[in-house]
Ligand binder design. Structure first.
Ligand SMILES: [Zn+2]
Length: 305
């Protein structure tokens, strides 16, 4: 922080500006809502005028044909840039691969010197940040909105907000998480004894009591790096948010979100793998059965002839 002194009095405190960041990185990685010095946003035209440069970006495309980080391009840009006035700009980008997904940036930008601008992002559509997998939203469905609010806080670096939203989601939905774990355990043919432990944990009144019961009953396919995901979540939630700085709350919030996403993916994968295996086995059994029937008929025909 830098303190501004006017006539010997401390009047305001402003955060010191970090060094200029590359323009493409600002568009791809920076959340809306702050003034940032950017490099490489301007390009000099042949008549010596500075114009806005719109570089190709790498952004997430959710289309089934893309489903990952893809190159996005735009026909916008080229706006004349000024030292004295802010230019308000919309840039509409399209996925180069599928041409179906777009990303709109709403910005203002002003020239500071050649190669250096100051920029402000009003917003993005779809909103800033990596996408939330639909599987995790289905997993915590009744609290979907709270989770997305947590995601919004996390994207804007609001640690206490993000942590508080995610904590509410886990505290409200832990029985639903255990329910999904029980589904997977049943499909995987887990012993009756373990299923009883899981059911009893689900019926506890408190998450902390439930955690004690469940600790060794999670199917191994659902462990995250060898750890019980519910224990990890509980561990993160039991940190006292009152004493922690915002940055630490943010890092805890990010961990809670990452564990929820991973758990949702592992649950889905376990069910899908099991379904695939079951249908593969039944297909093979059918082939064997048909072959046995054919052999039997061939044998009968040989005897009759
Ligand atoms: Zn695409």
């Amino acid at each position: 922080m830098k303190t501004i002194l006017t006539a010997g009095k401390k009047t305001e405190e402003v955060a010191e500006r970090p060094p200029a960041i590359p323009w493409a990185e600002f568009l791809e990685e920076y959340p809306p809502g702050s003034f940032v010095d950017v490099s490489g946003a301007d390009t000099i035209s042949s008549d010596d005028i500075s114009n806005l440069f719109a570089p190709a970006l790498q952004l997430h495309c959710p289309q089934p044909t893309c489903n990952g980080r893809m190159f996005f391009e735009t026909n916008d840009g080229g706006d004349w840039l000024s030292f004295s006035e802010w230019r308000n700009v919309y840039l509409t980008y399209w996925c180069r691969n599928c041409r179906k997904t777009s990303k709109i940036f709403s910005l203002c930008i002003k020239l500071k010197k050649s190669g250096l601008c100051e920029a402000y992002k009003f917003g993005e559509l779809p909103s800033f940040g990596p996408p939330v997998p639909s599987r995790v939203l289905r997993l915590i469905q009744p609290d979907r909105e709270l989770f997305l609010r947590g995601r919004r806080c996390e994207n804007q670096g609001l640690g206490i907000g993000a942590f508080t939203y995610y904590r509410r989601v886990v505290e409200d939905q832990w029985t639903r998480l255990i329910d999904e774990i029980i589904k997977v355990a049943k499909v995987l043919g887990t012993s009756e004894e373990t299923l009883e432990v899981l059911e009893s944990a689900k019926n506890q009144q408190q998450f902390s009591k439930s955690i004690k019961e469940i600790k060794d009953a999670i199917p191994p396919v659902l462990l995250i790096k060898g750890h019980n995901p519910l224990l990890l979540l509980h561990g993160a939630l039991s940190q006292g948010v009152h004493d922690l700085p915002d940055e630490e709350c943010l890092s805890l919030a990010t961990s809670i979100r990452a564990i929820l996403v991973d758990l949702a993916e592992k649950l889905g994968e376990a069910l899908r793998n099991e379904k695939e295996l079951t249908s593969a086995v039944s297909r093979l059994l059918k082939v064997q059965e048909e072959k046995a029937k054919k052999d039997e008929t061939d044998k009968g025909e040989e005897v009759n002839s």
